[in-house]
Design a protein around this ligand. Structure first.
Ligand SMILES: Cc1cc2nc3c(=O)[nH]c(=O)nc-3n(C[C@H](O)[C@H](O)[C@H](O)COP(=O)(O)OP(=O)(O)OC[C@H]3O[C@@H](n4cnc5c(N)ncnc54)[C@H](O)[C@@H]3O)c2cc1C
Length: 462
């Protein structure tokens, strides 16, 4: 593509900013990033409290976050945050050790079986499901893989045919049953459901395993994780500061019109002309949201195929509270509450996070889901009340709510649409209307997968 092409990037989160970085690396400098809010980072939001930054959004990474590492190198920063640690509680607030055989004598046979199944999953992912872990979802529904290997930082391009990959379109619980590895769900659920990515009976296995590939899941088990002292938002603030064209904040996009060869974006009352558009903001938002966020199809001249496909996208209603406690009520550590990770306990707190070990004057953040595909959405205020009650049950009552957020989280499609080739249809539309679709929906809702997708998008099309 002509290096002078004028590119408009919608969204100054990890996907949009890293698209800018990768474009620059290839010699494209004529891009502009439009960000709706007065800050960059998107769901990496790290406000300050008592002189330190805490996390309302993304918290951690793993050593295989190659795209995030590209950003760190580009900006000369590193993952210098507090070491994460955690323990487990049941729904009555007792500390438990569910994976410790000595503490669970009766469960020893199950734990041994689970260990065998973890090994088996590791093996079949390498063999039967070869190609499962490339970034993005191209070809999966057709039994193909195509993209950049995530085995090491070189990210070599791989492609091949593997009809078994079609199994990844099944909900994750069915995928596990098919392969005789049902018990591994007890381990995968920790960094999956409690992190707001939904339930295993509703989410296609492709999402679960592309995010929690075998290596990544083991890094969670061993707590081999990255954090950032100034918060994950700092990564993206730094990137923004190092870009030739930092994001234009407070950009209110009113309208987008696309002709044969131009893109006209009306932003804050002014019409701007570009040649190409990269959308990293939500493509479609079912219903209305309290924060007034709208999907791309609502403000652009959406074509029939865009409307049809994007209307299949759902997202998670994931709530975060940041609370203060009295020093004597401060939790020892972060806790997972496995009992609350079932759809029967929707709206309950699944995990709570203590970020700083050396002080008790910092906030604790709590996480809860409010919707399962087959249930009615739990009202926000009801969920908040439940979570505050849960904190009391956990013996860590909140004295004050400092911050709260109900996030547009983890856009995805369900198994039927995934198996019907949703991703291949959308991928075939890339550049059709001088528009490229990127961001979470095209890969997965974590900061590395979205940045990695931007890397691949730039490699493929620019
Ligand atoms: C509570 C929570 C915990 C998380 N934990 C982790 C974690 O530990 N590790 C991890 O890797 N990831 C985590 N994530 C996920 C991670 O933050 C996201 O996947 C990542 O930020 C997605 O990047 P993105 O650029 O695709 O989207 P976003 O971060 O959502 O950025 C999109 C940007 O587009 C902007 N935008 C929206 N609409 C418009 C518009 N109309 N015009 C212009 N701009 C617009 C938004 O304001 C936003 O800045 C977490 C997220 C949350 C909320």
């Amino acid at each position: 593509m002509n290096k002078d092409v004028r590119i408009c990037i919608i969204g100054g989160g990890p996907a949009g900013l890293s698209a800018g970085m990768y474009l620059e690396k290839k010699g494209y400098f004529n891009y502009e990033i439009l960000e709706r809010l007065d800050r960059v980072g998107g769901k990496c939001w790290s406000p300050t409290y008592n002189g330190r930054r805490y996390e309302m959004g993304a918290i951690m990474g793993v050593p295989s976050y190659y795209a995030v590492h590209d950003v760190e190198e580009f900006c000369g920063i590193t993952h210098d945050g507090p070491k994460l640690n955690r323990n487990y509680k049941n729904s009555r607030g007792d500390v438990i050790e569910p994976f410790e055989p000595k503490k669970n004598i009766l469960k020893i046979p199950r734990l041994l079986k689970m260990k065998k199944q973890v090994k088996k999953l590791g093996e079949i992912l390498e063999t039967k499901y070869k190609g499962y872990d490339v970034n993005g979802h191209r070809g999966v529904a057709e039994g193909r893989y195509e993209g950049f290997s995530q085995v090491n930082a070189k990210r070599e391009r791989v492609e091949g045919v593997n009809p078994n990959l079609k199994d990844l379109t099944l909900p994750f619980n069915e995928f596990c049953k098919l392969n005789g590895v049902e018990l591994i769900q007890d381990i995968w659920i920790g960094p999956y459901t409690s992190f707001g990515y939904g339930y295993f009976d509703e989410i296609p296995a492709a999402y679960v395993l592309k995010y929690l590939d075998f290596q990544t899941c083991m890094n969670f088990v061993k707590i081999n994780l990255w954090t950032w002292k100034e918060g994950t938002q700092y990564i993206w603030e730094q990137l923004n500061a190092h870009l030739k064209n930092p994001a234009v904040l407070n950009s209110r996009i009113e309208k987008i019109e696309r002709t044969e060869d131009k893109v006209y974006v009306t932003v804050n009352g002014e019409v701007k002309e570009y040649d190409k558009l990269i959308v990293t903001a939500p493509l479609y938002i079912p219903g209305t949201r309290m924060d007034g966020q709208k999907g791309f199809v609502e403000y652009c001249d959406a074509r029939e195929d865009e409307k049809e496909l994007f209307s299949k996208i759902d997202y998670e209603r994931y709530d975060v509270l940041a609370v203060e406690t009295k020093p004597e009520d401060h939790p020892e550590i972060s806790y997972y509450v496995f009992d609350n990770m079932t759809k029967e306990r929707l709206g309950h707190m699944m995990v709570y996070y203590r970020r700083w070990k050396d002080t008790k004057d910092q906030v604790i953040t709590t996480y809860a889901l409010r919707k399962h595909k087959d249930t009615k959405e739990i009202p926000y205020e009801d969920c908040k009340k439940t979570v505050l009650e849960d904190l009391k049950t956990m013996h860590n009552p909140a004295s004050n709510v400092i911050n709260e957020w109900s996030v547009y989280y983890f856009p995805h499609v369900f198994s039927k649409d995934y198996a019907d080739g949703w991703y291949d249809k959308v991928e075939a539309m890339q550049d059709k209307y001088n528009t490229f679709y990127a961001g979470e929906i095209m890969s997965f809702g974590d900061m590395d997968e979205t940045a990695e997708y931007s890397y691949e998008l730039v490699e493929r099309f620019f």
